[in-house]
Design a protein around this ligand. Structure first.
Ligand code: F6R
Length: 244
């Protein structure tokens, strides 16, 4: 817990607004900023707020570049449950960002290793991620980096754990439809971001939040590596904050 700045919001909605302040500041300072984006329920209040702020003239996304954390393996970009589709529906189609300036790992790539390499190169060619958004899984995963005996470095393919498959089944017709593998930025890719904003909301995340920032740095809790990042802003709501 060396460098983490912590903001505690009353509600998840307010946490989204505080996170929007962070992104607004990054983009005001650098109009062509590279922002790292996440899917899931947690960022939805933030995305609603970013859309509203551009409409209100407070943010301009026209020069911004975005790179997403992850994608399911085997899903086409227009599949109902693909992360590309999620991003289009919940943010990208509603702001002025140029489609060619948005990247999400390609779930259908024939050569996954090559695609992962090219994903890293693209981010590097943009000058790296200026501000990376993160949520956290109940097992401490960030992106799809699940508990392991090491911290994986670069964008790579992963097999999903039973816990993650179960957590994500709510979005599919049946558990059998949930993909068993995904492509994710590595822990190294995430740690290379200049600034990280993590949002954690809901009482069900309290326990993992405590382990992440107040426990030992351990690849069995992948997000705990963030304790070593020099510029992390943790935004949580009261329900998730582990202390009274
Ligand atoms: C999503 C991602 C995941 C989620 C995590 C929390 O792109 O990388 O690590 O951030 O699974 O998901 P929610 O926000 O749905 O609880």
């Amino acid at each position: 817990m060396l460098h983490t700045r912590i903001l505690i919001a009353d509600t998840a909605e307010q946490a989204g607004k505080l996170a929007a302040d962070e992104f607004e500041a990054v983009i005001a300072k650098k109009p062509a900023a590279v922002i790292g984006l996440a899917t899931g329920s947690t960022p939805l209040p933030l995305y609603r707020e970013l859309i509203a702020r551009e409409k209100a003239g407070k943010i301009d996304f026209s020069k911004v570049r975005s790179a997403n954390l992850d994608e399911y393996k085997g899903l086409a970009p227009d599949h109902e449950q693909s992360y590309r589709k999620f991003m289009q529906d919940n943010l990208l189609s509603h702001i002025s960002i140029k489609p060619e300036n948005t990247i999400v790992p390609l779930g259908l790539a024939e050569d996954i290793e090559k695609m992962c390499q090219e994903y890293e190169e693209k981010i590097e060619s943009w000058g790296g991620v200026d501000c990376q958004l993160l949520g956290i899984g109940h097992d401490g995963h960030i992106g799809f980096n699940e508990p392991e005996d090491h911290f994986p470095a670069m964008t790579h393919e992963v097999k999903l754990t039973e816990m993650t498959i179960n957590a994500n089944k709510r979005f599919f017709d049946s558990i059998d439809d949930v993909p068993r593998a995904a492509i994710t930025m590595g822990i190294g890719t995430i740690m290379a971001a200049k600034k990280i904003v993590m949002i954690v909301t809901g009482a069900d995340k309290k326990e993992i939040l405590k382990k992440t920032f107040w426990g030992p740095v351990d690849p069995q809790v992948p997000a705990s590596i963030l304790q070593f990042h020099p510029d992390v802003t943790l935004i949580c709501d009261k329900a998730a904050y582990p202390f009274d």
